[in-house]
Design a protein around this ligand. Structure first.
Ligand SMILES: NC(=O)c1ccc[n+]([C@@H]2O[C@H](COP(=O)([O-])OP(=O)(O)OC[C@H]3O[C@@H](n4cnc5c(N)ncnc54)[C@H](OP(=O)(O)O)[C@@H]3O)[C@@H](O)[C@H]2O)c1
Length: 406
């Protein structure tokens, strides 16, 4: 069936959705190679966003998460819905259900693992039947991890004719800041986990919590939750707040691909802090703060909250443009060879780079559809889009993947 739009960005009145629209306008203009529209629940707010973007040609679509009719009308008009309406566990259910029902591809920025588990259980099979791609985690979590592993393994094959058996992700540096929407989403995960010990045990603390049921075993252990010394990097490391999402996405990709790296494949993530005593102390402090983020009701969490933004707010343009991230992935072969890959972003991770990654994922789903891997269901960025997404990211988004030659 012919569609009016390639992509509709739902949530364009929010902090991140607006950045996605800004990027699409700059990269693809309006009504040219990619036909796209902005959507939200409030027409006046959408008009204001359009005015601020200074382009009266951008089409507007009004749809509220609680109004089935408006959501269905939106879904039917487009090939892909790209949503930044979060917390997704609160506002995302009906949209996702309708995308599956109407065979409309979908991408989002959720990092809410509890919700992802629920969407997998409720929709994966039907989405496979309907040949729909439902792709969570198309931002800083988890594209650098998922596509970084994909890239590293391609390079390992070229060099070794074998895959790495173990990969370590180290966040070497980043500059940016959180938005109120992300804070609200993280808080929602922590609150749900605290209220439901089964969810904590079966999904959040389970390294394979997003794997298909019956396939939740492997060599990996729960994510790092204290400071430690890493011999490979000769440095102190600390827990990485997004590891709880990213590591599970990487393992789900592996499972959905039928374990090409072998059943003994291991993957973990941490923040690189550095060598020496001062960094040892910094690593311990980082571990304490990370722990508090997942501990609603603690005094430290209350103190941290005083410095965090409200929904709709986030890092300034200057902070985004001077922001960056740098990740090193270290792969090891079964016979001890090593390969390092660098993943870099030219904007702050959470918003500047995230909005470009999400927009490119949406465009990839819409424009490269015929050539994408034949994987459907509630899947991951690498299994949904593979090399096509990698190429678009490398060419357009300022997120680069390269081998570190040593
Ligand atoms: N994975 C990552 O790397 C990453 C990075 C950034 C953000 N995120 C996630 O992205 C999400 C959005 O973050 P944000 O900072 O952009 O949040 P935000 O500024 O609070 O924006 C939320 C958007 O949702 C809309 N909305 C709220 N309730 C709605 C409803 N009932 N129907 C339709 N729309 C509704 C809001 O519309 P109104 O303007 O009308 O209120 C707004 O457009 C969060 O879940 C966050 O965690 C993830």
């Amino acid at each position: 069936m012919s569609k009016t739009y390639d992509v509709i960005v739902w949530g364009a009145t929010g902090f991140t959705g607006r950045l996605v629209a800004e990027y699409l306008l700059k990269q693809y203009e309006v009504g040219k190679e990619v036909s796209w529209a902005i959507a939200g629940r409030n027409k006046a707010k959408l008009e204001k966003v359009r005015e601020e973007l200074n382009n009266a040609e951008i089409p507007l679509v009004v749809a509220d998460s609680h109004d089935r009719e408006s959501l269905e009308a939106m879904v039917k008009q487009t090939k892909v819905v790209c949503t930044t309406v979060g917390p997704y566990a609160l506002y995302g259910n009906l949209l996702l259900e309708l995308c599956v029902e109407h065979s409309v591809d979908y991408c989002d920025l959720t990092g809410e693992v509890q919700w992802m588990r629920r969407t997998i259980d409720a929709h994966h099979e039907k989405a496979q039947e309907n040949k729909v791609k439902i792709v969570h985690c198309c931002g800083f979590d988890s594209i650098p991890s998922d596509m970084g592993v994909f890239f590293l393994q391609q390079e390992a094959q070229k060099r070794w004719e074998a895959y790495a058996q173990e990969i370590k992700y180290r966040l070497m540096g980043a500059k940016g800041g959180p938005s109120g929407g992300t804070v609200a989403s993280l808080d929602n995960v922590a609150i749900e986990a605290k209220e439901d010990p089964k969810l904590m045990e079966e999904v959040i603390l389970n390294p394979y919590g997003l794997n298909p049921k019956g396939e939740q075993v492997g060599k990996d252990v729960p994510d790092l939750n204290e400071s430690a010394y890493d011999e490979d990097f000769q440095a102190w490391i600390a827990p990485f707040v997004m590891a709880v999402i990213n590591t599970k996405v990487v393992r789900r990709s592996h499972a959905l691909s039928h374990y090409p790296y072998g059943k003994n494949f291991r993957y973990e993530e941490a923040t690189h802090v550095g060598p020496g005593f001062v960094n040892r102390v910094k690593a311990s402090i980082t571990a304490t703060v990370t722990d508090a983020l997942f501990n609603p009701g603690s005094i430290l969490k209350w103190v941290i909250d005083q410095f965090l933004p409200d929904p709709g707010q986030g890092p300034s343009k200057h902070q985004r443009e001077t922001g960056f991230f740098k990740i090193i992935l270290l792969g090891k072969s079964a016979d001890g060879k090593t390969l390092k890959v660098k993943v870099k972003g030219d904007r702050d991770p959470g918003y500047g780079s995230t909005s470009k990654m999400l927009a490119e994922a949406a465009v990839c789903l819409a424009k490269d559809r015929e050539n994408l891997p034949e994987n459907f269901g509630v899947i991951t960025p690498s299994t949904a889009m593979g090399a096509h997404l990698l190429n678009r990211l490398q060419e357009n988004s300022g997120v680069t993947f390269s081998v570190v030659e040593e």
